[in-house]
Design a protein around this ligand. Structure first.
Ligand code: PPE
Length: 305
């Protein structure tokens, strides 16, 4: 695989990437029955630190509960595994991917009464998620023909592997249309989220976050709301429609991988001036300072490796 993940924590042991293999009879490979997380470790003046480790691990176990996994390790062991993978590979900054899955104990769609999960944690160096260009000039989005699944179709608040078929289809469609990312609406046509990010927009000096509804409860979304309020912005959590984005002064999307990425076009319409917005860039700068350990006020969000 072209991903250089080096040493992987695989069911409790650090093994070289080539040895971290599963059977083709793995339930999750056939039915999407896996759960995962995405974290980042950043270089800081005091060495590499993982950002909001507790919150990610907590969500990982919430996802496991939704899927009724019998997890072989507890939260603290996963926290240690995450730190160990960064340390063992000597990464200064990296993207970290915990994954748990239904193994090869059955191919019956219903794994119960027993559902022992397997767990791994891998990490690799991953630059800007949508490319430096998209950060500098703003990403160009199109509204996907795929809607985000309703809450009684898929558990959108859990990071379940199968949920990302929806994201993959939307993302492929966006790229083939020459866009950087897809905007997904919910079944009523209101804004849900990006294929891997939460959406924000500025209008008249007020910052709007899309309320939770069917979206993933993003940790970066929570971070940005906190930072924005600390910078004096009024922040409202709303249900919004795509034409509210067309009328916005600025828009951006956030996620662990995407960090804070300005949105300059939606459906071939410029948002505001059609460039990365000034308030957006100010929030991006504030976010990057926090994750790189340069803002002592948020030291509590960092776990040094
Ligand atoms: C659907 C979705 N919505 C919102 C977010 C933002 O959540 P948070 O990372 O807690 O702020 C993510 C994270 N997407 C992860 C996976 C990206 C991928 O391509 O895989 C990520 O950003 O790590 C999503 O997958």
């Amino acid at each position: 695989s072209k991903i250089k993940a080096g040493l992987i924590w695989f069911n409790g042991r650090l093994v070289p990437q080539e040895e971290a293999k599963v059977s083709v009879l793995t339930h999750a490979l056939h039915y999407g029955t896996s759960i995962f997380e995405g974290l980042r470790a950043y270089e800081t003046p005091k060495g590499p630190a993982v950002f909001r480790l507790q919150e990610h691990t907590e969500r990982f176990f919430h996802s496991a509960r939704v899927m009724r996994f019998e997890m072989p390790f507890g939260p603290e062991a996963i926290n240690q595994a995450i730190l160990e993978v960064v340390r063992a590979n000597g990464y200064r900054s990296c993207y970290i991917r915990p994954l748990a899955w239904m193994g090869a104990h059955t191919l019956g769609v219903n794994p119960l009464p027993n559902n022992p999960a397997e767990v791994m944690v891998a990490a690799w160096e991953w630059g800007t998620y949508l490319g430096d260009e998209a950060v500098r000039k703003g990403a160009r989005l199109i509204t996907s023909s795929w809607a985000r699944f309703p809450a009684n179709v898929m558990p959108g608040k859990a990071k379940v592997g199968g949920n990302y078929v929806n994201s993959a289809l939307a993302r492929m469609e966006a790229h083939q249309a020459g866009a950087d990312e897809a905007l997904l609406l919910d079944k009523e046509g209101f804004i849900a989220e990006g294929s891997g990010e939460n959406i924000f927009f500025f209008r008249g000096g007020v910052l709007y976050a899309i309320e939770h509804s069917v979206n993933l409860m993003g940790i970066t979304r929570d971070t940005v709301i906190t930072l924005a309020r600390d910078l004096g912005y009024e922040v409202r959590e709303v249900r919004a429609t795509r034409d509210q984005l067309y009328m916005a002064d600025e828009a951006f999307m956030v996620g662990t991988a995407a960090e804070v990425t300005p949105i300059s076009y939606l459906d071939h319409r410029p948002i505001g001036t059609g460039e990365a917005g000034p308030h957006t860039l100010r929030l991006r700068a504030a976010y990057m300072e926090v994750v790189q350990g340069k803002n002592p006020r948020y030291e509590g969000w960092l776990t040094y490796v």
